[in-house]
Design a protein around this ligand. Structure first.
Ligand SMILES: [Cu+2]
Length: 91
């Protein structure tokens, strides 16, 4: 999955957890891409919608100042390795 958003403009991101366990939506800093969940530390995170319970829908706003391709992950244990990894292009 991938998304594209403009740099320098506040955007709204709506996160809805349709799963049966908690999930999150974390934006990884440019140049710090993860290859597996084992690599993850909080220092990797530029910004995140923190973990949410099943059925929860939240909307938060954020402004990406720097163009680039950002990795998006759910960094809960085992979730990156289960395929919860995506990309967000800021242009
Ligand atoms: Cu997850």
């Amino acid at each position: 999955m991938s998304w594209t958003v403009p740099a320098g403009e506040e955007i709204s991101i709506t996160f809805q957890n349709n799963g049966s366990v908690q999930h999150e939506w974390a934006v990884i800093n440019l140049g710090m891409d993860l290859s597996s969940g084992d690599d993850f530390t909080e220092e990797h995170v530029l910004w995140e919608i923190e973990k949410q319970d099943p059925g929860v829908r939240v909307t938060e706003n954020f402004t990406f100042d720097t163009p680039g391709v950002y990795q998006i992950v759910c960094a809960l244990e085992g979730h990156v390795d289960a395929g919860m990894i995506a990309s967000l292009t800021v242009s």
